[in-house]
Design a protein around this ligand. Structure first.
Ligand SMILES: *Cc1c(COP(=O)(O)O)cnc(C)c1O
Length: 221
């Protein structure tokens, strides 16, 4: 067993049933991704279009790639055919670009998560909760080539555990509000992605069913 497969197995053993893992492999070499794949991991998260495009052909076809970083609209064309999901849809402009490109390339509707911004840091992107609740009812009609699969978010990068908890609670609240209204009849809307290496236990406690972990599996970037 490699160090990576050991750390991966350990994390998997701590995840409650029903919580799935995006192994965040950004900036890590293909050998490390192969170690995790050999240990059974299939979903990998990347945050740069170029890096994703270089890695995809080097891994088996059943590797499931998720895009998790801020995606510029001029990279959408490259990313869309390579991924199972874009977890980081943070603007209507990006939503429109994805919709257009999926149609143009003749692909099946692409699963996406709507990114909610609740953190203190201005550098983090995403829809404000009110913004998202207002936009969501329009999405199906305006953007039929995306399939909204849920919500993604990040907590503030602080030591204050209560602040982290309340950020996750806010993101979860948006997810549940949408699930009970706009997406009440959508089986596809089933994913609440939140929690990274340093805060995923708190995210799970607040209802995450997808966590995105890099450092704790692959080491420091
Ligand atoms: C890099 C990244 C992660 C993983 O962070 P770690 O601290 O390495 O676990 C999770 N989510 C997003 C959006 C990221 O960019």
């Amino acid at each position: 067993m490699t160090a990576i497969s050991n750390r991966l197995q350990h994390i998997l053993s701590t995840l409650p049933e029903g919580v799935s893992l995006t192994a965040v492999s950004k900036f890590h070499p293909i050998e490390d991704i192969r170690d995790a794949y050999a240990a059974g991991q299939r979903i990998f998260g990347e945050s740069r279009a170029q890096e994703l495009a270089e890695k995809v052909p080097q891994m088996p076809d059943d590797t499931r790639w998720h895009f998790i970083g801020h995606l510029q609209t001029n990279k959408v064309r490259q990313v869309v055919p390579l991924v199972e999901m874009i977890q980081s849809v943070d603007s209507e402009r990006l939503l429109a670009a994805i919709d257009r490109e999926v149609e143009r390339q003749g692909l099946k509707p692409l699963r996406i998560l709507l990114q909610v911004h609740v953190a203190l840091e201005e550098t983090k992107t995403g829809f404000l909760p009110e913004e998202l609740l207002a936009l969501a009812p329009q999405i199906a009609e305006r953007y039929p080539h995306v399939e909204v699969a849920g919500v993604m978010g990040m907590a503030s990068n602080v030591d204050d555990e209560e602040r982290i908890r309340s950020d996750f609670r806010r993101i979860a609240q948006v997810y549940h509000q949408l699930r009970q209204s706009v997406y009440a009849n959508s089986a596809a809307f089933d994913t609440l992605s939140m929690g990274m290496s340093h805060d995923y236990p708190l995210a799970i406690a607040e209802g995450a069913n997808m966590v995105r972990i890099g450092t704790d599996i692959f080491g420091e970037r």
